[in-house]
Ligand binder design. Structure first.
Ligand code: UDP
Ligand code: MG
Length: 312
């Protein structure tokens, strides 16, 4: 008998809680056949709707349903971490509540870890059907960039929908960083991993919780968490500027000593441009350094990733 923990982060998903449960249980005969017991952990990430009540009423009917309710919204990363911590299963799977992670893929994923010897099975959507084109464009740019500047493998279109063995979960849990970027963490811990691809599915009910701005700052978090290349770029660019300035100085001194400067008052416009440009560059990279510093600051404070209000 093996235990499978299903971790479901939910933020204002009252209409999806029961749907998700029903859809998941369509695999029940497969679970029986494989001698798998189930535990479903809904993480209520500080929802302001009836998410918590919905889970509670499910729990009354079915004791395999559990709830961890946060004192406020801590974000999906914290919700996933809390779920992994609470899970007791030999296998753990993380799934979105809106049914964008099709439970119908579960049998294939379970077979891969039980029979084919994989430590984790990850999913990736091969299309971005139904997503605003501008969002897809920036997402593609982000994945191209981060894979160039980071050595953790971060796959385009990868979802957080992933089935893991206990060994894999413990490795993920051992990374206790405050600034969590799971897409990077999953790649970073290694192990033998299988990818399953599927067509994008639009969310069942409710609205996406990710605004463009939220995604943008999440992308920056990802870069800061998994690459220090921006800092290297700052140093290299600084050295380059010094080198160019040095050549200029030599050029000006030699010109002064030989032909002199016939129109020494001209050129203020180009000078102003250069000062503005270099000033802008300096501010930009002070900002980049600030990003790393601020993350370090939060990391050093060792605040908890989430605070639990209620648990079932
Ligand atoms: N979610 C969460 N906390 C948040 C935002 C989202 O737990 O602060 C959950 C949400 O309820 C859903 C999953 O994370 O189950 C994915 O969110 P969503 O569907 O809004 O993102 P999208 O699929 O549009 O990328
Ligand atoms: Mg979704």
């Amino acid at each position: 008998m093996k235990l499978l923990s299903v971790v479901v982060p939910c933020y204002n998903e009252q209409d999806n809680i029961a749907d998700f449960y029903n859809e998941l249980l369509k695999n029940e005969s497969f679970f029986k056949e494989k001698d798998i017991e189930l535990e479903i952990i809904y993480i209520d990430d500080g929802s302001s709707d009836n998410t918590q009540e919905e889970v509670k009423s499910l729990n009354e009917k079915d004791k395999r349903v559990h709830l961890v309710s946060f004192s406020r919204n801590f974000g999906k990363e914290a919700a996933m971490y809390a779920g992994l911590q609470k899970s007791k299963g030999d296998y753990v799977v993380i799934m979105d509540c809106d049914l964008q992670d099709p439970p119908a893929l579960l049998p294939e994923m379970i077979n891969a870890v039980m029979d084919e010897g994989y430590d984790s099975v990850a999913t990736r959507r091969v299309s971005r059907k139904g997503e605003p084109p501008i969002r897809s464009f920036f997402a593609r740019m982000f994945y191209r960039l981060i894979n160039k500047i980071s050595n953790a493998e971060i796959v385009d279109g990868a979802r957080d929908y992933r089935l893991m063995t206990r060994k894999f979960v413990d490795a993920v849990l051992s990374m206790e960083e405050y600034n969590r970027f799971s897409k990077g963490i999953f790649g970073w811990v290694g192990f033998k991993n299988k990818w399953i691809e599927f067509e994008n599915i639009e969310r069942r009910k409710g609205e996406t919780k990710w605004s463009f701005w939220k995604l943008f700052t999440y992308a920056i978090d990802g870069i800061v968490a998994f690459s220090t290349t921006p800092l290297t770029i700052a140093s290299v660019l600084g050295m380059l500027c010094c080198f160019v300035a040095f050549i200029f100085v030599i050029f000006i001194v030699i010109r002064q000593l030989t032909v002199g400067d016939p129109n020494h008052l001209a050129g203020w416009a180009s000078m102003a441009s250069i000062i503005l440009f270099v000033g802008g560059l300096q501010l930009f990279f002070v900002g980049v350094v600030g990003q790393y510093l601020s993350k370090t600051y939060l990391e050093v404070k060792k605040r908890p990733l989430y605070i639990v209000k209620e648990e079932l």
